[in-house]
Design a protein around this ligand. Sequence first.
Ligand code: IPE
Ligand code: IPE
Ligand code: MG
Length: 247
Amino acid sequence: MREDGSSIPAHIAIVMDGNGRWAKARGRPRTIGHRAGARAVNRCIDWCVARGVGALTLFAFSSENWNRPAEEVGTLMQLFLRALDREVDDLGRRGIRLGFIGDREAFGADIRDRMARAESVTANGQAMRLTIAASYGGRWDIIQAARRMAEAAVRGEIEPGQIDERRFATALGLADLPPPDLFIRTGGDKRISNFLLWQLAYAELYFTPTLWPDVDAEVLDRAVEDYGRRERRFGLTSEQIARGLPA
Ligand code: IPE
Ligand code: IPE
Ligand code: MG
């Protein structure tokens, strides 16, 4: 349940896993799975808009995924580029504000430029926040935040003793969003794989064997139903929660 008593999570974060196995099961190359995965992304966005989910964060490509065979990485980059060219204006028209977290320096200029354009074209969107984690790693995120804090300290803008959780979080990815309420991983594996290590501290975790390209409204509804039955205690007791969370 959310603090306001509703059971639709305000922010969902998803590890979209299983594209390669989906293709393999059909005797097709892994890249076909990634294409099918891109279609599932659109279904997932539509579902979030329809259900009133305020923020969706999708793990599209991890820091470690750069080490996959060059051909697969190349195809993923092409797909990413094409999706940015094809979908961004439509997302903007639907009021969806797009953002990216991850190490942008690792991408070519063509992708970096399109990311910047996507963010500016959709900047006024009020219907939903969509964040794509690309070239993202939770450890990378924490390190880049630590570096920014250290640089501010060296410049004399802050004292090291002033670095606390609140201030640190302002330098992390998703800083301007509430932390994810619900984490979903498709594909059957039960791990975080270096996704939002800090931001998931109190997320509810949900794992489904469904492979990402097969994800549809039914699968997502089941995840949210399960989420609605959880008691989120944030370190408190059930009795305290029943009385209402302290402000
Ligand atoms: C997730 O699917 C997409 C990316 C990591 C880019 P995978 O490609 O990891 O598919 P599986 O896990 O091998 O089936
Ligand atoms: C996690 O999936 C990354 C993304 C979905 C983008 P992986 O397929 O890379 O994770 P592992 O290798 O199974 O842990
Ligand atoms: Mg995988």
